[in-house]
Write a protein that binds this ligand. Structure first.
Ligand code: TXA
Ligand code: MG
Length: 345
């Protein structure tokens, strides 16, 4: 298959819009940008389209897909009910990087929910994403556009790495603005539960609805986290460790490890705040943003992890990004990528 590649301006052309619509309606797949990460989309109501997503990603079938819609009022047919506080969340954060998990209506096929009786719905802030959904004229199921287990795609090139000539259409939207996936919130209960942290933080949600729980903090075992959280995630091929300590200690430790691994003829890559980019005795330094610019750090993290794979790096050492309001979201991804390999100095 030869993938057809379009960009923002191509969407003004009637024949391109028709191609996108037909592709969705025939149960084939389109990769498109959103403000969080790229998504690999299918007509949510097409068995074939949804199967295509699971096959192309190599995704376990019990991991549910988020349904993307372009307008708030469009959610009604797909949900069973809506608790009063949910209107406030929708008002405050949609369109935007937050997915709300509702009890599903019978219109929602079981093959997109991994057999659950709930459906995650998101209205993206990205204009181009909403345009694609409108062109399709159907709800769009879209997980992150990466092969399962790899870091999510935040650049057009990442999408090409994983899906060029495997999907019908890829829409080039440049670099993702946010770079981490949406916050996922279970709104089926009187108190909302954050299943996956993101750039809409616990504090931001609390300011709108009062009490909010984080899935990790919940004691009872019967409250499920997002099923996807149990799978291996974001892992680069090299062995990644997060090094925690004061900055000088961390720099010294990493330089020691660079020496050690180099003597074994192994390559070492570093993920660091920009402030320390010149402190390391290696060329393979990936500085992902100033410490006081967390949005920059969030937007570059996945790209840094993917670059490690491109360069076939054997050992990766990363600073810990534990301070600031987005730390929860950033460290959630980094811990997973490191498979909890943390070195405390
Ligand atoms: O920002 C995003 O959310 C991106 C863009 C493309 O919209 N999408 C995305 O989808 O990250 P995905 O499939 O890579 O991650 C969705 C996460 C998974 O961990 C999944 O288990 C969880 O959300 N999830 C989806 N539906 C759920 C449901 N009904 N109940 C609990 N968790 C759900
Ligand atoms: Mg994903």
């Amino acid at each position: 298959m030869k993938t057809r590649i379009y960009n923002h301006t191509d969407l003004l052309t009637e024949s391109v819009r028709l191609d996108i619509k037909t592709t969705f309606l025939e149960g084939r797949n389109v990769v498109f940008p959103t403000e969080t990460v790229y998504g690999i989309g299918a007509n949510a109501l097409s068995k074939k389209g949804v199967e295509g997503i699971y096959n192309l990603k190599g995704r376990p079938s019990d991991n549910p897909l988020i349904m993307h819609l372009s307008k708030k009022e469009d959610i009604t047919p797909y949900i069973k009910n809506k608790l009063p506080y949910v209107d406030k969340l929708m008002e405050a954060f949609w369109p935007g990087p937050i997915t709300l998990v509702f009890e599903k209506s019978d219109l929602v096929p079981n093959n997109i929910t991994g057999g659950l009786n709930t459906i995650g719905i998101r209205i993206p802030d990205s204009e181009i994403a909403r345009k694609i959904i409108d062109i399709a004229g159907v709800p769009i199921s879209a997980p992150s556009a990466n092969i399962s287990g790899r870091p999510s795609a935040t650049l057009f090139n990442h999408v090409l790495e994983d899906f060029e000539d495997k999907v019908d259409i890829i829409i080039d939207g440049g670099k993702s603005k946010i770079g981490l996936e949406s916050t996922v919130v279970d709104v089926t209960k009187p108190i909302p539960v954050i299943l996956r942290p993101g750039m809409i933080t616990k504090k931001m949600i609390e300011e709108v609805v009062g009490e909010v729980l984080l899935a990790g903090e919940i004691k009872e075992d019967d409250i499920p986290k997002a099923p996807g959280m149990k799978y291996k995630h974001y892992a680069p091929k090299g062995k990644l460790a997060i090094v925690v300590g004061d900055e000088l200690e961390v720099i010294n430790y990493i330089n020691k490890m660079i020496k050690l691994h180099s003597s074994e003829n192994k390559t070492v890559g570093i993920i660091t705040p920009s402030e320390y980019r010149n402190e390391f005795e290696t060329d393979l330094v990936f500085s992902i943003g100033n410490l006081n610019d967390e949005t920059e750090i969030a937007s570059n993290l996945f790209a840094a992890l993917r670059k490690m794979d491109k360069k076939n790096i054997d050992y990766i050492y990363s600073f810990s990004f534990e301070k600031g309001k987005y730390a929860e979201a950033i460290m959630n991804r980094l811990y997973k990528a490191a498979n909890k390999n943390i070195i405390k100095l």
